[in-house]
Design a binder for this molecule. Structure first.
Ligand SMILES: Cc1ncc(COP(=O)(O)O)c(C=O)c1O
Length: 274
């Protein structure tokens, strides 16, 4: 319901969308639709969540930072899915070296206890006066205690390093599967934020939403809950808890492979024949 929100294409090498195209769209937007002097903020997910697990190229983030600096625009990164160690750094934006003005966080921040937060530069965070920000659940002592405990566990169990290990394991298993299953168009990973994109006949422009739905259901029948995402509903995302033991991770993958074989079996033959 908010007026004046504009969307730009997100760079996706697999679909031929480049950083230059995204930036040209921004330039066009500033010329034709909205004066940059009137733009309050640019909001970006450093790795698209619901949008399909595409990582923003560091070059895009650096250029957006310069655009924001040039026009006095606030750069907000939404790390609600990508933050809190998921990508092997505390925040995914750190991979680019870009410093945002605000970061939104939720989900992992309190290990499942409902909590969301905004982190930001003092000049913005201190702008509202006392009582200027409120909400029914704001400052919930239970959720804040859970948030502090999460930080302790992350340090003690070295979950940033663990995210890298989990990510390496998952991508190598998925890349192995991609060799024999032509329906796997691409495997993408930044740390433990891992996804595979399912397509028809190995073609990037032929998303296979039907197969994706069937795979989610088949995995469920084997006792494994997986989630899809993506604008075309053809991406399977892997977001194992960073505290997952190796044995459980391997078991999860075994079940995933069973489900994949069930819905897209004969992959080896199909690839060899095709
Ligand atoms: C990247 C991202 N941003 C924002 C949200 C919404 O978060 P909240 O429910 O805390 O408002 C979600 C929820 O899935 C999300 O994945």
């Amino acid at each position: 319901m908010l007026p004046e929100i504009y969307h730009l294409p997100f760079p996706m090498p697999y679909h031929g969308i480049t950083v230059e195209q995204s930036l040209e769209s921004l330039e066009q937007l500033f010329k034709a639709d909205v004066d940059p002097a009137r733009v309050a903020a640019i909001i970006i997910e450093p790795v698209l969540g619901e949008g399909g697990f595409y990582a923003a190229p560091p070059e895009l983030l650096r250029r957006l930072r310069s655009v924001c600096d040039a026009h006095g625009i606030v750069l907000i990164v939404d790390e609600i899915q990508s933050g809190f160690g998921r990508t092997g750094r505390m925040f995914a934006i750190e991979h680019s070296g870009v410093e945002p003005d605000l970061i939104t966080i939720a989900k992992s921040v309190a290990g499942g206890v409902p909590l969301s937060a905004v982190i930001g530069k003092a000049n913005i965070m201190d702008a509202p006066g006392p009582g200027g920000l409120g909400g029914t659940f704001a400052g919930s002592p239970l959720a804040c205690a859970a948030g502090l405990a999460v930080l302790e566990v992350m340090r003690e169990e070295q979950l940033l390093a663990r995210a890298q290990d989990i990510g390496r394991f998952m991508s190598s298993r998925l890349k192995g599967l991609a060799v024999s299953f032509p329906c796997i168009g691409e495997v993408r990973a930044l740390g433990a934020m891992v996804a595979l994109e399912l397509v028809k006949n190995g073609k990037a422009d032929a998303p296979d939403a039907e197969l994706t739905r069937a795979l989610v259901q088949a995995a469920g029948r084997h006792g494994l809950i997986i989630l899809s995402c993506g604008v075309y509903s053809n991406v399977i995302r892997f977001l194992a808890p960073l505290t997952i033991p190796d044995a459980l991770l391997k078991e999860g993958f075994r079940l995933f492979e069973l489900a994949l074989e069930e819905v897209a079996g004969g992959g080896v033959k199909a690839k060899a024949a095709g």
